[in-house]
Design a protein around this ligand. Structure first.
Ligand SMILES: CC(C)(COP(=O)(O)OP(=O)(O)OC[C@H]1O[C@@H](n2cnc3c(N)ncnc32)[C@H](O)[C@@H]1OP(=O)(O)O)[C@@H](O)C(=O)NCCC(=O)NCCS
Length: 166
């Protein structure tokens, strides 16, 4: 394995992330949310124009995770105005899970947060996404709160808010 993590710097890379996001979301959220909600959320949050807007208007940064030349994962982060750093997305293609790549991704998230001068990292995770919750706990996140968020289209996100002190 030769894993690299690089900030997404151009539109072509972001288009590749959008394609990967759709693939992963349509696999990993089956059984957690409905197929209709997956389609809706991919379009609303992970399509190329949606991610372009997040980067341009909301200070998001996307990072591409590759094994050699193979784009196999991504994450997105955003510095908040206070001392928190938001981990917005953390996704790995299924064939690359269980290999220690997630740890490298999270270490990079923590490094980015520290270099932005932040004191904690927080995220939201679906309450029924058991594996992701276990991984976050293992790495040192704790459940700080819960949130039910109306995302339009008749859908809600039913999440834990988890936090990691740097
Ligand atoms: C979440 C995700 C990125 C984690 O990646 P992963 O490859 O499955 O995670 P890993 O197997 O590398 O596990 C990371 C750590 O958690 C630990 N872990 C994994 N499963 C665990 C469990 N059930 N209980 C406790 N610890 C666990 C691992 O041992 C590892 O710890 P270590 O580095 O100390 O050995 C990946 O599963 C994924 O992309 N899932 C689908 C998308 C998703 O749900 N993303 C999160 C949305 S909020």
């Amino acid at each position: 394995m030769n894993v690299t993590i690089e900030k997404v710097m151009n539109e072509n890379e972001l288009r590749d992330i959008a394609e990967l996001a759709s693939l992963i979301w349509h696999e990993c959220f089956v059984g957690i949310i409905t197929a209709e909600q997956i389609d809706y959320m991919v379009e609303r949050f992970q399509s190329f124009p949606a991610m372009q807007a997040q980067i341009r208007e909301q200070s998001y940064s996307y990072f591409a995770v590759r094994d050699g030349a193979d784009l196999c994962g991504y994450f997105a982060v955003k510095p908040e105005d206070d001392d928190r750093f938001f981990l917005s997305k953390l996704y790995l293609r299924s064939d690359k899970r269980g290999l220690g790549i997630a740890r490298k991704m999270l270490d990079r998230v923590f490094a980015e947060a520290r270099s932005a001068g932040k004191k904690s990292v927080y995220l939201t995770v679906n309450k029924h996404n058991d594996h992701a919750v276990d991984v976050y706990k293992r790495v040192g996140f704790t459940v700080a709160d819960t949130a039910v968020t109306d995302i339009g289209g008749g859908f809600v996100m039913d999440d834990y808010i988890m936090s990691y002190i740097l």
